[in-house]
Design a protein around this ligand. Structure first.
Ligand SMILES: Nc1ncnc2c1ncn2[C@@H]1O[C@H](COP(=O)(O)OP(=O)(O)OP(=O)(O)O)[C@@H](O)[C@H]1O
Length: 363
C-alpha cells in the first residue's frame, strides 16, 4: 500500500507549528526512516498518518493509502500496525494472548475462528523466533524479545502499513543492531509498507530504503542513504548525518589562511568556512605545497575497523576528528602529543542560499 501526504500541517494551540505543510510519497513495500533531532516533528507526522492526531484544517492536507483517502478515517479503520518504544504489552497476558489480542476483539463477523487465530499467532511467533515463549509473560522476556512480541502483535491484523516510533530506542546497542537487521528481513519477506521514527543516524541509514531528514517541522531532504550522504541538500543535512570538522578562515589570492594554517583553494577572496568529514582528513609527517595545516594528536581510540584520532591546534576553535585505517595508524606510529600535518582529501562548502559545492582539495 503506497502512502501519499499532501500539505499536512500541525499546530498545537499557541505552542506554534509542530509541522510545516509537509508532502511525502512512500511507494508500496518501501521502508522509510524519519530522522531528525528531538522536537523536529517526527512523532507528530507519524501520529497524523496513524490517525491518532488530526492535521490542521488549513491548509486542507490529505492522506492517501493507495487510492483510498484516509484523512478523515478513524485510526481503527486505517489498517495500520504500530510498534512503540515502550513495549506496552499487556503484562497480565501471555505472549500468545498478547499477539492474539487484536484478533480476539474483532467484531464477530470479521473474527477468524479460534483455530485460525491459534495457527496465525503460532506462525507469527515463529517468524519473530519466539515460538517457544508462547506461554511466558512479558516480565519473563528480555527487552529485545518483548519488542519482537510487539512486532508480532502489530502484524497479527495483517496491516497494510506498519508504523514504528523509536522501536528500538530503549534497548542496548547490540540488541538494537540485531533487531534492525531482523526488521529489514521481515519487511522484505512480508512486503508491507513501513515508516519508522528514529533519531539515530546509523539506524536510519542502515535499515531504510529512503530516509526523510526532518528539522523544525520540515522535511529537509528525502533520499536514499547513499544520496543523502553524498549529495546533502543543505548544511543541516550534512551536519546531522555524521561528524564534521570545521575550517574557518580568510581567502586571499587562492589561499585560505587560518592562524598559522594555509590551504590552497580555488575560491573568491573573503571569509570562508569549509567542512570536512573525519575520513576526508589525511594525516602526514610533512605538509604539501598546497596544504600546511599543523596539528597535535590529543587522543587515539581504535573503534572496530578504524582508528579515531582527535587532533587539536591553536588555529582550530574545536578539535578535529580523523578516522584512519589501522594500516595507516601503524605506518604513522601515532601517539599522543605527536605533531603532524593534515592533508584534506576533499572538503565541502555551503553558501548562505543553501546550495552546496564540493570540490576536491586543490591538487
Ligand atoms: N501534545 C502536544 N502539545 C503541544 N506541543 C506538542 C505536543 N506534541 C508535540 N508538541 C511539540 O511539537 C513539536 C514536535 O514534536 P514531536 O514529538 O513531533 O517531535 P519529535 O521529532 O518526534 O521529537 P522526539 O524525538 O523528541 O520525540 C515539538 O516542539 C513539541 O514540543
Amino acid at each position: 500500500m503506497s502512502i501519499r501526504l499532501t500539505d499536512i500541517a500541525k499546530h498545537y494551540g499557541r505552542a506554534g507549528r509542530a509541522l510545516e505543510p509537509v508532502s511525502l510519497e512512500i511507494a508500496e513495500g518501501e521502508l522509510v526512516g524519519l530522522l531528525g533531532p528531538s522536537g523536529s516533528g517526527k512523532t507528530t507526522l507519524l501520529r497524523i498518518i496513524a490517525g491518532l492526531e488530526a492535521p490542521d484544517r488549513a491548509p486542507a492536507g490529505r492522506i492517501l493509502f493507495g487510492d483510498r483517502d484516509v484523512t478523515d478515517v478513524h485510526v481503527r479503520d486505517r489498517r495500520i500496525g504500530f510498534v512503540f518504544q515502550h513495549y506496552a504489552l499487556f503484562r497480565h497476558m501471555t505472549v500468545f494472548d498478547n499477539v492474539a489480542f487484536g484478533l480476539t476483539v474483532l467484531p464477530r463477523r470479521e473474527r477468524p475462528s479460534s483455530g485460525e487465530i491459534r495457527a496465525r499467532v503460532h506462525r507469527l511467533l515463529e517468524m519473530v523466533q519466539l515460538e517457544h515463549f508462547a506461554s511466558r509473560y512479558p516480565a519473563q522476556l528480555s527487552g529485545g524479545q518483548q519488542q519482537r512480541v510487539s512486532l508480532a502483535r502489530a502484524l497479527a491484523l495483517r496491516p497494510d502499513v506498519l508504523l514504528l516510533d523509536e522501536p528500538f530506542g530503549a534497548l542496548d546497542a547490540k540488541v538494537r543492531q540485531e533487531l534492525r537487521r531482523w526488521l529489514r528481513q521481515l519487511h522484505d519477506e512480508l512486503g508491507f509498507t513501513s515508516l519508522f521514527v528514529t533519531h539515530d543516524q546509523e539506524e536510519a541509514l542502515e535499515v531504510s530504503d529512503r530516509v526523510a531528514v526532518m528539522s523544525h517541522g520540515r522535511i529537509e531532504q528525502i533520499d536514499t542513504p547513499d544520496a543523502l550522504y553524498r549529495t546533502p541538500a543543505n548544511r543541516f543535512v550534512f551536519e546531522f548525518l555524521g561528524d564534521v570538522n570545521h575550517l574557518e578562515g580568510e581567502v586571499r589570492n587562492g589561499v585560505l589562511t587560518c592562524g598559522e594554517a594555509h590551504l590552497a583553494v580555488a575560491l573568491p577572496d573573503g571569509p570562508e568556512e569549509l567542512l570536512l568529514r573525519p575520513h576526508e582528513v589525511r594525516l602526514a609527517q610533512a605538509p604539501t605545497p598546497e596544504a600546511r595545516l599543523p596539528v597535535t594528536v590529543t587522543a587515539i581510540s581504535p573503534v572496530g575497523a578504524e582508528v579515531r584520532v582527535e587532533i587539536a591546534a591553536d588555529w582550530l576553535v574545536e578539535p578535529w576528528l580523523a578516522t584512519l585505517r589501522h594500516a595507516d595508524y601503524e605506518r604513522l606510529e601515532l601517539r599522543r602529543g605527536q605533531r603532524l600535518f593534515v592533508i584534506p582529501r576533499r572538503w565541502h562548502r555551503f553558501s548562505a542560499d543553501a546550495t552546496q559545492q564540493r570540490q576536491p582539495a586543490a591538487a
